[in-house]
Design a protein. Sequence first.
Length: 191
Amino acid sequence: MTLRKHTKVFSVFSFLRLKSPDIRLYQWIYPTAAFSIVFICFHLLGNQFITFDPVKLITEFNSWMGLLVAFYIAALAAVSSFRNENLDEVMKGRAPTLTVVRQGEKITETLTRRRFLSILFGYCATLSILLYIFGILLIHVSVAVPYPSWINAALRISEFCAWAIYTWMLCSLLVATFLGLHYLVDRMHRP
């Protein structure tokens, strides 16, 4: 059995593998720019200018994530089953492509609007589920056993990295959501 058969669960991250001159903005650049601003403001400068309770903040985001999971799955189901000829046409302009391996052969497909929206909302649903789980862990898991100083330093670095990952994922979800809403509101109905 090849490793490829075990990677099907990661197909929900296909959004990050799309290729197009414009898509990289929404995959990496906008989320990373938003992450940089948020992370610097809240986590590095926050103690000086902003006071917030991280537990309450994560609790609020988690209640929001619970709603978003349902929205994304409903949007994914709607896009998959909605009868609209425009959705089945290849995207106009510089359409994104996705390279997949089927039966051992690499295939590069130019995406239709339906396929693009399915990939996008699948990514958003996955991110919101992961953020929900991650938020629960950030709130409820802490290490209180005294350890040597080097382990405490490693734990502080791990916590800092966990906050960075959580914040980037949240920014990526926000950017991808706005992109998906743009397509649902405007692009889906154009010929």
